[in-house]
Write a protein that binds this ligand. Sequence first.
Ligand code: SF4
Ligand code: SF4
Length: 434
Amino acid sequence: MASDGSHSFWPIPADAPAKDDLSRCVHCGLCVNACPTYAITGLETESPRGRIYLARAVDEGHIPLTAAVQGHWDLCLQCRACEAVCPSGVPYGRLMEHVRAQVAAKPPTGGKMRRLRRFGLRNVVARPRVLAAAVWPVRLWAAFPLRGLLRRSGLLRKLGRLGVIESQLPARLGRPFRPGDATPAANPGSAPIVLFTGCIMGEVFGDVHRATARVLTRAGFAVEATVGQGCCGALSAHDGDLEFARGLARDNIDALERTSPATIVNNSAGCGTALKEYGDLLAGDPGYADRARQFSARVKDFSEVVAAAGIPAGRFAKRVTYQDPCHLAHAQRVRNQPRALLGALAGISVVETPGGDMCCGAAGLYSLVQPAMSASLRTRKAEQFKKFAPEVIVTANPGCQMQYEAAVCEAGIQARVMHLAEVLDEATGGGRTD
Ligand code: SF4
Ligand code: SF4
């Protein structure tokens, strides 16, 4: 039974995709060519319009939720490129999260893998101490003196998927950066900012957080990584575990409410989108709906804050390409600020590659669960990198950074993969990163 009392064909009627969202699609097809999975397969069922059509057919009871239907939804990257170009304002991201929640409740296929994934997201990724322990062997491997030699020899590429995962690891893993860690001293009277540290971002990309804090301090802010915050819940929501994602959202609201009205700054596009959409996620929770909306209104991407505040003049004499993280460009519609910040650096040459805003295939856990499609999208990026030969590939999301590390290996080029914050930090004075 659906919440309005009508019969529902979904396994969890309370979390069913909203009929209003489904009916907004007028099948115009303007989204089709923006879709990465359609670009690779050319199949209507792997396009946004096709996936919405299937969801509507299940919603209206015309077709059952079969393994084939699930497969078309599973292949979606949730990159939201379709949402950004849709003239009818179909909230595709929200729609797909609710569709995934239904699949997760009663998966026609792949139930075991799904349960394993859910276990990992709930019990490893969302638990800081367990995550730190899980990352520890990766950290040891990243520091292994012969790793570079093994990589160059091509031996690691022979390990199949394991080799691909290895090639996604950054050249070095800096120290983690966690809530409560020290931030640079700020001038008295500086406006306070809360740095959102996240889960994997803080464990694997601690150097990016440190660079972010330095740049924000140079931009005139007092940065604090407030204790009590944790995983944003984006990976769980994308995987259809909405209830768990809601719990994480409530925890973050409880932890960061007392820092109001300070801006909450994040430097991971996926987390940023989730935080900006807590209002949506908790809309049905009377105790949190208003608080979630207020929380979301305080969230900004790093580039939005720095572009508005300004930073000291910097120099970065490199040939650079900026690759939009999907959730920054399509979900948050932040495209100009990173480019403006890069373009203002002396000596820089910024090249735009065709498809620079098309998904790289990282998409949260996508590269693990849909390795073939993820590899096709990575190869498209690798081909562009080979052609345009950038010295530095800049992005603003941990998953994208890892996918570009692998694309650089695949292209066989010498290029650094950097977060925008690292570029701006290096350009304006740098600092200790270890
Ligand atoms: S652009 Fe929007 S309305 Fe048109 S087919 Fe795509 S989702 Fe539907
Ligand atoms: S979210 Fe991305 S992959 Fe999924 S339908 Fe939209 S454009 Fe295609």
